[in-house]
Design a protein around this ligand. Structure first.
Ligand SMILES: Nc1ncnc2c1ncn2[C@@H]1O[C@H](COP(=O)(O)OP(=O)(O)O)[C@@H](O)[C@H]1O
Ligand SMILES: [Mg+2]
Length: 559
C-alpha cells in the first residue's frame, strides 16, 4: 500500500525486460494524480507504449510494482482494471453503425449486484478466485529470473501474507446482470455527446472521416466510464489540421469527464499544449518529470532541451561564480557550478534579444530568415557558431547585428558526456585493445612509465628487469568524444568498427552523435557535419587517443 491517496497510479521501481534482453523500461518511479492529464513524451522506442501497456495490464513488470489507488495491481488482468485504452489504429467494426460500435462493449458487460439473504444480511464467502490469482502470482515470482534473492523473498513474503488474508476473510458475493437496452442507450448517448457525434449515431462508420472515426474509438473507451483513460498516440494517423483540432477537443473532453488521462506522444508540441504533467523518456529511462512550462524553461539536460522545442545548445566553461563563457564571450549567469567546469549551455531562440551592431553583448551576421506566422526565425553566425533567434522585428539578411542574452535566459547543465569509457576492454596478442570485439591500435607503454615493447611483444620496464605478457589483460579504455572519428566510406581501411547513428543533438557549431554497434556498444562523438538517424557509419580512433588502465596490478602479468 502507498500512503498518498491522491495518487491514482503509482509506479515503484518498475522495469520491463523482454525475453531478448531488451530493457524497454528501466526503473521507473512516478505517480499520476487523480484527474490529471499526464503525457509520456519521447522518441520512438523509448518505452512509452510498454509503460502504458503495463498500466493497462497487457504486459506485466519484470521488476517493481504498479499501484492503483494504493493497491498493488502489478499482476491484475486487464479486464479487472478500471482502465480503458485508445490506440493509434482504431479498430472499429465496419459492419456496425456508430451507435452499435459504441454500444458493443456494453452489450457484453455484466454488472455485479451484491447478493443478500432473505433476512437482508449480505451473503459472505471466502473469495477462492482471489486466492487462486495470488497463488498464480507466487508461482510467477518464484520463476522470475530478474529479481535479486532479497527482492524475491520480500515479494513472496508479501504475497503469502495476502494469500493468508484472502483464505481467511469473508467477502460479499455478487450475481451478474446484463445492462438493459434503456441503460445502454443512455450511456451511449452520453458518450457520443462528449465526443460531439450525437447527430451521427446511425451513420455507417466506413463513411466517417479519420477524425470522426477516432472519436468513435474514444467514445467506445469512455462509455465504460473508466477511472483512467490511456491514449497511445491516438492522433498519430490524422493529418496536421485534424490533429490540432482534436488536441483541443481531447483537452476539453478531459475537463468534461473529470477522469485521469495518460497520454502517449512523440510530438513535443502536442505534449506541451495538452498536459498537466510531462514525463520525458529516452532509451527506457525517465529524463525529467514536470509541468510543461518547467520542462521548457528548466530542462534538466541537453537531450530534454533539444527534444522540447528549438534550442541553442553550446559548449561552455564556468569562469567565475557568476560567469559562463560560450560564443567567445563571458556571460553573466545565475546557476552555480564549480570553476572551470565544462557545461552545456541552453538558450531558447526567443531569449536572444537583437540590438544595434556593437550595442549588444555579442555581434553576429544574419545568414537566413524564415517567416513563421507570428515571428521570424533567424540564423545568425557568431564566429563559427550558429545562433537561432526568434523575433517579431524584420531585419535584413547579411548585415551585422548585436545581440543580448540575459542571465535569466541562460540555462546551464552539467555536461552529459565528455568521455567514452569502455570497461570491458582487453588486450589481444597483437597488443591491440579490443573494444566491442574489434581491435584498435593502442600504445600499451602508457601502462608502465618509460616502458617499451620488445621484438617478441612483451612490455619491458625501463631498467629491463621486468617483462610483462599483457595478452588477455582486462583494461578500461577511455576515449574523449572529440577523438572519435566518423568515417562515411564503410569500405575504407581506416574503419575499425561500424555502427548506426541512434542519437544526434545539435550544439551550435557541431553535432553530438551516438553511434551504436551491432553489439550495442556506443561511441559518442562530435562532428560538424549533418548525419541522419539510422545512417550506418564507420568509427576510427587514433592510436594515441585511447587511454588505458589495467584492471589488475601490472605485477600479475610478469613473465
Ligand atoms: N514484445 C516485445 N518484445 C521485445 N521487445 C519489445 C517488445 N515490445 C517493445 N519492445 C522493445 O522495447 C523498446 C520500447 O518499445 P515501446 O515501448 O514500444 O516504445 P515507444 O512506444 O516509446 O515507441 C523498443 O526497443 C522495442 O523494440
Ligand atoms: Mg509506441
Amino acid at each position: 500500500m502507498t500512503d498518498n491517496n491522491d495518487y491514482i497510479i503509482e509506479l515503484k521501481n518498475v522495469s520491463k525486460i523482454f525475453d531478448d534482453d531488451t530493457i524497454a523500461v528501466d526503473n521507473f518511479n512516478f505517480y499520476v494524480r487523480k484527474g490529471e492529464f499526464v503525457t509520456f513524451l519521447g522518441p520512438s522506442g523509448c518505452g512509452k507504449s510498454t509503460t502504458l501497456r503495463m498500466i493497462a495490464g497487457f504486459e506485466f513488470p519484470t521488476k517493481g510494482e504498479i499501484y492503483l489507488n494504493g493497491k498493488d495491481i502489478s499482476n491484475m488482468p486487464p479486464n479487472k482494471r478500471p482502465i480503458n485504452m485508445v490506440f493509434q489504429r482504431y479498430a472499429l467494426f465496419p459492419h456496425l453503425d456508430v451507435f452499435e460500435n459504441v454500444a458493443f462493449g456494453l452489450r457484453l458487460k455484466k454488472i455485479p449486484i451484491q447478493k443478500f439473504a432473505k433476512d437482508g444480511k449480505p451473503i459472505l464467502k471466502i473469495n477462492k478466485k482471489k486466492a487462486k490469482e495470488i497463488n498464480e502470482e507466487i508461482k510467477l515470482t518464484k520463476k522470475n529470473k530478474h529479481l535479486t534473492k532479497e527482492e524475491k523473498e520480500a515479494k513472496l513474503e508479501d504475497l503469502n501474507s495476502r494469500l493468508k488474508v484472502a483464505l481467511t476473510t469473508l467477502e460479499p458475493t455478487y450475481k451478474y446482470k446484463k445492462l438493459s437496452n434503456e441503460e445502454i442507450s443512455k450511456k451511449v448517448a452520453r458518450a457520443l455527446k462528449i465526443v460531439d457525434l450525437d447527430s451521427l449515431e446511425d451513420r455507417d462508420v466506413t463513411t466517417l472521416s479519420g477524425g470522426q472515426q477516432q472519436r468513435v474509438a474514444i467514445a467506445r473507451a469512455i462509455v465504460n466510464e473508466p477511472a483512467i483513460l490511456l491514449l497511445d498516440e491516438p492522433l498519430g494517423a490524422l493529418d496536421l489540421k485534424m490533429r490540432k483540432d482534436m488536441q483541443l477537443e481531447l483537452k476539453d473532453m478531459h475537463e468534461k469527464l473529470g477522469i485521469t488521462f495518460i497520454y502517449v506522444t512523440h510530438d513535443q508540441e502536442e505534449a506541451l499544449t495538452m498536459s498537466d504533467t510531462i514525463v520525458v523518456m529516452k532509451d527506457g529511462v525517465i529524463q525529467q518529470i514536470g509541468k510543461p512550462k518547467d520542462i521548457y524553461d528548466e530542462p534538466k539536460n541537453a537531450f530534454v532541451a533539444d527534444f522540447i522545442g528549438e534550442s541553442n545548445i553550446y559548449n561552455g566553461t564556468i569562469i567565475s561564480s557568476s560567469k559562463v563563457r560560450f560564443l567567445d564571450h563571458n556571460f553573466n549567469c545565475v546557476d552555480k557550478f564549480p570553476l572551470n567546469e565544462k557545461v552545456d549551455v541552453v538558450v531558447r531562440p526567443e531569449d536572444v534579444i537583437f540590438k544595434e551592431k556593437d550595442e549588444g553583448m555579442i555581434n553576429g551576421v544574419i545568414i537566413s530568415k524564415i517567416f513563421k506566422g507570428v515571428n521570424y526565425q533567424y540564423t545568425v553566425m557568431v564566429g563559427k557558431n550558429e545562433v537561432i533567434v526568434k523575433s517579431t522585428q524584420d531585419y535584413p539578411l547579411n548585415v551585422e547585428i548585436g545581440m543580448n542574452i540575459y542571465k535569466d535566459s541562460i540555462h546551464i547543465m552539467k555536461k552529459d558526456f565528455t568521455t567514452n569509457i569502455y570497461t570491458d576492454a582487453w588486450i589481444n596478442k597483437e597488443n591491440k585493445v579490443m573494444i566491442d570485439d574489434m581491435p584498435f591500435d593502442v600504445d600499451i607503454t602508457q601502462l608502465l612509465k618509460d616502458s617499451f615493447v620488445d621484438e617478441e611483444g612483451y612490455l619491458v620496464s625501463k631498467d629491463k628487469k621486468h617483462r610483462y605478457d599483457l595478452n588477455d589483460a582486462d583494461v578500461v579504455a577511455e576515449v574523449s568524444i572529440e577523438k572519435v572519428e566518423i568515417i562515411d566510406d564503410l569500405e575504407s581501411k581506416e574503419v575499425q568498427a561500424i555502427g548506426e547513428i541512434v542519437d544526434s543533438v545539435y550544439k551550435g557549431d557541431h553535432y553530438q552523435l551516438i553511434v551504436r554497434t551491432i553489439n550495442e556498444e556506443d561511441f559518442v562523438l562530435t562532428t560538424p557535419y549533418t548525419y541522419n538517424l539510422n545512417d550506418k557509419v564507420g568509427i576510427h580512433i587514433k592510436k594515441e587517443d585511447i587511454k588505458l588502465r589495467l584492471k589488475k596490478e601490472i605485477s600479475q602479468y610478469e613473465n
